[in-house]
Design a protein around this ligand. Structure first.
Ligand code: PBG
Length: 325
């Protein structure tokens, strides 16, 4: 019988790198950016230190860094001046996101532009869809979402990313895009989005907190994982090209399960609360930022993420290129 030798190999860094099961590359990283209506604005977001809101005219400052680092793409969130019950600023041809997309496409034609499709930043009540009484009405919202996605595609979005969690959103958007000849626009849908407390800082950044109630009727229950598979398969069958699982680190089991269930690329969204927790601990000197942000991205990749949407995308790509990650 073979006697097992106790493992006492001490490998070099180069062998460690060569034999790694998981690798990170800038091309798998997507950087979320907040764009607000107005001119000449670059402002801090207090709950997300290091992140800023840009107006469409100052946006090139940050997009240039994204292009230089060759990241996979940017995900744009719009913050309008005017909000109403229907979220009508979401689909205006001269809306904030449409203007930003046109500028970005013209200045950086090689950069992949992803547009968030949702109404919560645009509605006066802060919910992700149209209200009937105090509840969100799924079916009448679909038409508005489709109109919004179409206007974004026409303004230059390569990918539209519906984050509203209405049932049937992918189908409605695909039909609207195809009917207008936008057949090459991809849909990256938030098929698996939990009603999570980790979105807190984002709602401050985007001014999108609901004015009453919560999103538990349309976002998922953190206790469920089979439901995630159901939602993901449904979205794929409706035509989603990429599936998002959100949040990131606390939902690694969901990520892995969904990854094994679908045959399209899966993106993990490492959300605002995850970012701000790392930032806060590092500001206190309790954690090392590069090591912790790097490890959390590696863990998401190991957990099955083909794409990682993260507020650390620019720093991560710089650390990868330096060889320190
Ligand atoms: C809009 C939307 C949210 C996030 C992305 N799109 C907030 C929410 O659902 O309340 C959260 C992203 C983050 O926390 O980084 N529906």
């Amino acid at each position: 019988m073979m006697i097992q030798r106790p493992r006492r190999l001490r490998v070099t860094q180069s062998i460690r790198d060569m034999t790694s099961e998981t690798r990170l590359s800038p091309s798998m990283l997507v950087y979320p950016v907040f764009v607000r209506e107005g001119k000449n604005i670059i402002e801090d977001i207090p709950a997300m230190p290091g992140q800023k809101r840009y107006s469409p005219d100052t946006l090139p400052v940050i997009l240039e860094r994204a292009v230089k680092n060759r990241i996979g793409g940017v995900l744009l969130f719009g913050i309008p001046e005017h909000k109403d019950a229907e979220g009508s600023s979401a689909w205006r041809e001269d809306g904030v996101i449409q203007t930003a997309l046109r500028t970005a496409k013209k200045e950086f034609p090689s950069l992949t532009l992803i547009a968030d499709v949702c109404l919560c930043e645009y509605t006066s009540h802060g919910h992700c869809g149209l209200l009937k009484g105090e509840t969100v009405d799924n079916d009448s919202t679909l038409e508005i979402l489709a109109r919004t996605a179409l206007s974004q595609a026409q303004a230059g979005a390569d990918i539209v990313a519906p984050s509203d969690m209405m049932d049937g959103h992918t189908h409605a958007i695909r039909e609207a895009l195809d009917a207008e000849g936008m057949t090459d626009t991809l849909i990256m849908s938030y098929a698996v989005k939990y009603a999570s407390a980790f979105y807190g800082p984002f709602r401050e950044a985007a001014g999108s907190a609901p004015s009453f109630g919560d999103r538990k009727t349309y976002q998922m229950n953190p206790r469920n994982v089979r439901e995630a598979v159901k939602e993901a398969l449904l979205d794929v069958s409706e035509g989603s090209d990429i599936i998002i699982v959100k949040p990131g680190m606390p939902y690694l089991d969901v990520l892995k399960t969904v990854k094994n269930a679908v045959n399209v690329p899966v993106a993990s969204y490492c959300v605002s609360g995850e970012y701000s927790m790392i930032k806060a601990a590092c500001a206190n000197g309790w954690l090392n930022e590069k090591n912790v942000a790097g490890e959390s991205a590696i863990c998401l990749a190991r957990g099955g993420a083909d794409i990682i949407i993260t507020y650390y995308a620019l720093e991560l790509s710089e650390w990868i290129k330096e060889g320190s990650l």
